[in-house]
Design a protein around this ligand. Sequence first.
Ligand code: FMN
Length: 212
Amino acid sequence: MADNYLEKRYEEVFGSKKTVKRVGHTLDSLLLKNRSCRGYDHSVRVGEDVLRKIVAVNTKIPSARNQQALRFRLVVAEDEVSVVNQNIKLGGALPELHLPFPGTEPLSFIIVCSAIEPERYVYVDLGISLQSMLLKAVEIGLNGIIICAFNAKEIAEALHLEMPPLAVLAVGKSAERFKLVDMPADGSVKYYRDADGVHCVPKRSLEEILLH
Ligand SMILES: Cc1cc2nc3c(=O)[nH]c(=O)nc-3n(C[C@H](O)[C@H](O)[C@H](O)COP(=O)(O)O)c2cc1C
């Protein structure tokens, strides 16, 4: 093959490298797609193999004192999924919608537990872990949601967990549409559905969050 053939061909098709936008995932594109999802497409099953890939991000992330106290229980079996669904609360800010809509309940979960008595560093680790796993899910083409409104005792008993569950992560193919919107004039942080059913999430601007 001629010297630099592929490079030259690439430039013919896509233009000079200097002007070509990076293809694939950027952090910004992952962050934008990573909206909390409260309705899932049941035609797409997320198996244990995919959940294992998502949990694997935890082998590469920071941890206070590098103690790595978090442990992860995968939930895909129908009976266990059903128990978890009965013990989580989704969309507390939109009680009138009774989310998730029937037939769009999450079907795969990762329960995050702590192998030690949770203290503040464990909670910092927990946040890093949950967001890293969500970003991995988005990279794979899925979505998810962090759930902290759950009945810990019931879930721990049903799943025979020996450690306290700190958070539940649902993962699946989204059946929802969502977008970020500017903060409304009244300053409400409440998410809402627009007339087309799109889930709208207000975010503060950079100027608003920077301290001077
Ligand atoms: C620590 C934490 C706990 C959360 N717990 C719940 C929950 O129990 N139920 C729920 O529906 N959403 C929960 N969420 C999702 C938030 O409501 C969501 O992040 C927020 O509305 C902003 O939407 P976005 O994630 O699409 O930006 C939680 C998010 C975080 C970070």
